[in-house]
Write a protein that binds this ligand. Structure first.
Ligand code: GLU
Length: 481
């Protein structure tokens, strides 16, 4: 029997490859490097990709789950990267994200190779019981193939996963290796009660804020973007009110920037006078969505916010959000890539021509993995940061203040005293380490951009800097015969 089919739209059929985008960025940056082509070839592709399928009972029925773990580069161990829970997970995406992790770690001097995992499941539509069963089974599959371990490969949260899933992973791993002293260092982003670290939850959003603060402190750059130094008063649009988007919006709001629009999956919320991200999140929790947030305009089109005129656009959701279709409508002066791969290479060409300054993902969203590194260090040292020195520091500061008071004959007021005397606790140290990391890394990539003849943009400079570090590391290791 003949069946009628709709005419094929070749453009729609041709799937966009995220990994291909990363390869394009890699090639563009490689042109500014002088490493043997074999070394570059070794870095470029994923070293190992594990594609698995396993059965799970859901409502009495056996369903087969598809999942992945890609390890991009083993120049440093362990490899590191989150696990994405999404129905759109596929091998191309996981490989692209694993590659970005390698470059991200290199940029912020976190001594890990890059990896990424993905489980093809919709966390919003799946019960916690099923999610737990899937997570534990996924972990067991990783163990079987040696794709997890404190010195092998250390997962973390990503889109659709959080501390709860990481606790299940740590618990499953510990059950398989009950005598391994460092077992809980097999995963980061865990709850505080299970070896997590203060500041990990907000780390990516906080890193975005520190990065922007540093970028906006450079007078001559800011002038070129047609803006004034500092974040205060800057108009900001954020795409995504998930973990990264919410915290990026919150820290920007607290720094005095005006968050005029937030796009979520159900709508764009717009208020030219500014939106308080905490209030919007409360509204989302109470109503299940952001639409109809009191005092703001609800625009049904959830990507409409991307095209609103603003100083800083922060895409903090998924890849491929600013593409050749909407790039010409973007009116932001600076794009701060809080998500991984939110701007396609085609869109980037259009934006750069318009003079938009793009702060690339592999630098700007590296706050998450930076604090994951701190968590891993904490787990390996089996002691919380600040535990040994906090009180000692406070006592020493107290003694210094007392000496100053005695010598000067004048008293320091109580509020000031408490502020100066206080010893640093874990959160203080994590924030300080993250701020230092983001500042240093920004200056490194900016210098590379400014000082390399013909360097076209900050992303290319950032990739060049990252590839350089990985290449040097491979070359120093030598080739195993
Ligand atoms: N999933 C996060 C990222 O893409 C964090 C990775 C990690 O902490 O290992 O950077």
């Amino acid at each position: 029997m003949a069946t009628k089919t709709a005419p094929v739209n070749l453009n729609e059929q041709r799937e966009h490859s995220f990994f291909n985008d990363v390869l394009q960025y890699f090639d563009r940056a490689s042109a500014y490097l002088d490493h043997p082509s074999g070394v570059l070839e070794q870095i470029k592709y994923c070293n190992s990709v594990y594609r698995m399928k396993f059965p799970v009972k859901i409502d009495g029925k056996i369903e087969v789950i598809e999942a992945y773990r890609a390890e991009h580069s083993h120049h440093k161990l362990p490899t590191k990267g989150g696990i994405r829970y999404s129905i759109h997970v596929n091998q191309d995406e996981v490989m692209a994200l694993a590659a970005l992790m390698t470059y991200k770690c290199a940029i912020v001097d976190v001594p890990f190779g890059g990896a990424k995992g993905g489980i093809k499941i919709s966390p919003r539509k799946t019960s916690p019981e099923v999610l737990e069963a899937v997570t534990r089974r996924y972990t067991a599959e990783l163990i079987k193939k040696n794709f997890i371990g404190p010195g092998i490969d250390v997962p973390a949260p990503d889109y659709g996963s959080g501390a709860r899933e990481m606790a299940w992973i740590a618990d499953t791993y510990s059950a398989f290796f009950p005598t391994e002293l460092n077992a809980i260092a097999c995963v980061t982003g865990k709850p505080l009660s299970h070896g997590g670290i203060q500041g990990r939850t907000e780390a990516t959003g906080l890193g975005v804020y520190y990065g922007l603060k540093e970028a906006f402190s450079k007078k001559e750059d800011v002038k070129q973007w047609g803006l004034t130094p500092g974040l205060e008063g800057k108009t900001v649009v954020v795409q995504g009110l998930g973990n990264v988007g919410y915290y990026a919006a919150k820290f920007m709001h607290e720094a005095g920037a005006k968050v005029i629009a937030i796009c979520e999956y159900d709508a764009t919320i717009y208020n030219p006078k500014g939106i308080d991200p905490d209030k919007l999140l409360e509204h989302k929790k109470a109503t299940g969505g952001t639409a109809n947030f009191p005092g703001a305009k609800t625009i049904k089109e959830n990507t409409a916010g991307l095209e609103i005129e603003c100083d800083i656009l922060i895409p903090a959701a998924l890849e491929n959000q600013i593409h050749s279709g909407n790039a010409k409508h973007i009116k932001a002066k600076v794009i701060a890539e809080a998500a991984n791969g939110p701007v396609t290479p085609e869109a980037e060409k259009v934006l750069l021509k318009k003079g938009v300054y793009i702060i690339p993902d592999i630098y700007l969203n590296a706050g998450g993995v930076t604090v994951s590194y701190f968590e891993w260090l904490k787990n390996l040292s089996h002691v919380r940061f600040g535990r040994m020195e906090k009180r000692y520091e406070a006592r020493m500061n107290h003694n210094i203040l007392e000496t100053i008071e005695k010598a000067s004959g004048s008293r320091i007021n109580r509020v000031q005293k408490e502020l100066i005397e206080r010893g640093a606790d874990e959160r203080d140290l994590v924030y300080s380490g993250l701020e230092e990391t983001m500042i240093n890394a920004y200056n490194t990539i900016r210098d590379r951009y400014k000082s390399t003849k013909g360097m076209p943009d900050l992303r290319t400079a950032t990739f060049a800097s990252a590839i350089d570090k990985v290449a040097i590391s491979y070359q120093n290791l030598g080739i195993f015969p």
